[in-house]
Design a protein around this ligand. Structure first.
Ligand code: SF4
Length: 346
């Protein structure tokens, strides 16, 4: 049974898990823990950025959140209502949409722009077949997304990457969603085009009162567009806080390493030490014991190898999962971390 609550964020995710069975030998399967217990909220009109390396589970979170994958466990709430039944999922899908990473493969090459945008309108019964108002509606959505009316009968291959992403955004926007998951939606584009698409998303957010989950591996882009940022590692959220706090006062060693790798033109920051993480992200089929990050963490102590760190709120709204919570910076700008077993310098 669905429950209804009032005065809640637009999206609430509680202990979401997405495990995919993979064959190991014969009929034997093991769960690949792509998402392994993630909780967060997204307020109305907010953009939550989700970052992490490839394979950290951020795309799976986005897809599971929209019920493109059936969650293995956990709860998803939309607008104060838990999404449980088939009917809930259908209603929820009408109010949510996704913009995919690759504007080349996510558009049907045999359909014109008008047909691509119109498809969702027909599916969600915005118009009946042959309704003359539909064309006017599609042209209006295209204009909002920076596409000219004469492009209505063109095919995807006749457009540039940026224009194709505008078509994808128009397709998402046409069904009047409240919530959009943008999955690496500017990663395949040139930097100058990226900024145009980001500006378009910002503009539409204001005009249409939208809420975004913005998934990207590019921290500079995420910082620009997000109100809050979540950092994922191997299926778990390791740090979550508002964008400024996360950039000025990162607490998790993984976040600190990711931030240190952002290219900068700031002369004062040029001598800042870059933290290079050793090794690859471990397999989500057999994640490490204790803290999942300990095999690559430059701060790891014995405790990290056996005890998973709790996910705690260090300051209001700033959550971190690490045994080293007290970070100080010494007079030389070096980070000093205190853990229950040792103090280390970075
Ligand atoms: Fe590193 Fe230990 Fe913190 Fe995990 S708990 S991030 S291994 S210091």
């Amino acid at each position: 049974m669905s429950e209804i609550r009032n005065d809640t964020p637009l999206i609430e995710v509680r202990n979401l898990k997405e495990h995919f069975p993979i064959q190991v030998s014969g009929l034997k399967t093991k769960p690949l823990k792509a998402v392994d217990g993630v909780s967060f909220t997204i307020n109305r009109g907010e953009t939550l950025g989700l970052v992490g390396e490839s394979g950290c589970g951020k795309t799976t979170v986005g897809r599971t959140l929209l019920h493109l994958y059936k969650p293995t466990a956990g709860e998803i709430w939309f607008d104060g209502k838990q999404i449980v039944t088939k009917q809930d999922i259908l209603e929820y899908r009408k109010k949510s949409a996704m913009v995919f990473q690759d504007p080349y493969s996510s558009l049907n090459p045999r359909m014109t722009v008008g047909q691509i945008i119109g498809e969702g309108l027909m599916t969600h019964k915005f118009f009946k077949a042959g309704d003359p108002k539909m064309k006017e509606y599609i042209l209006n959505v295209m204009e909002q997304c920076g596409l000219q009316g004469y492009m209505l009968h063109r095919y995807p291959h006749q457009f540039s990457g940026g224009q194709r992403q505008r078509i994808c955004i128009a397709r998402a926007l046409a069904v009047k969603p409240k919530f959009i998951v943008c999955d690496e939606c500017v990663s395949a584009l040139d930097v100058s085009i990226q900024s145009q698409i980001i500006n378009l998303l910002e503009e539409l957010k204001e005009k249409e009162d939208l809420t975004y989950l913005f998934i990207s591996h590019d921290l500079s882009v995420v910082r620009y567009i997000s109100d809050r940022i979540g950092v994922m590692y191997l299926g778990n959220m390791v740090e979550l806080g508002d964008a400024d706090t996360l950039f000025k006062d990162p607490r998790h060693p993984y976040t600190i390493a990711l931030l240190s790798s952002i290219p900068t033109t700031d002369m004062n920051a040029l001598d800042k030490e870059r933290i290079i993480l050793e090794g690859n992200i471990p397999s989500p089929v057999k994640p490490p014991e204790g803290c999942k990050f300990h095999t690559r963490c430059y701060m790891a102590c014995d405790k990290c190898k056996v005890v998973p760190p709790p996910y705690v709120e260090v300051t209001p709204g700033h959550h971190v999962a690490c045994h080293f919570l007290d970070k100080k910076v010494d007079e030389n700008g070096k980070y000093l971390f205190e853990c229950t077993t040792k103090t280390v310098e970075r």
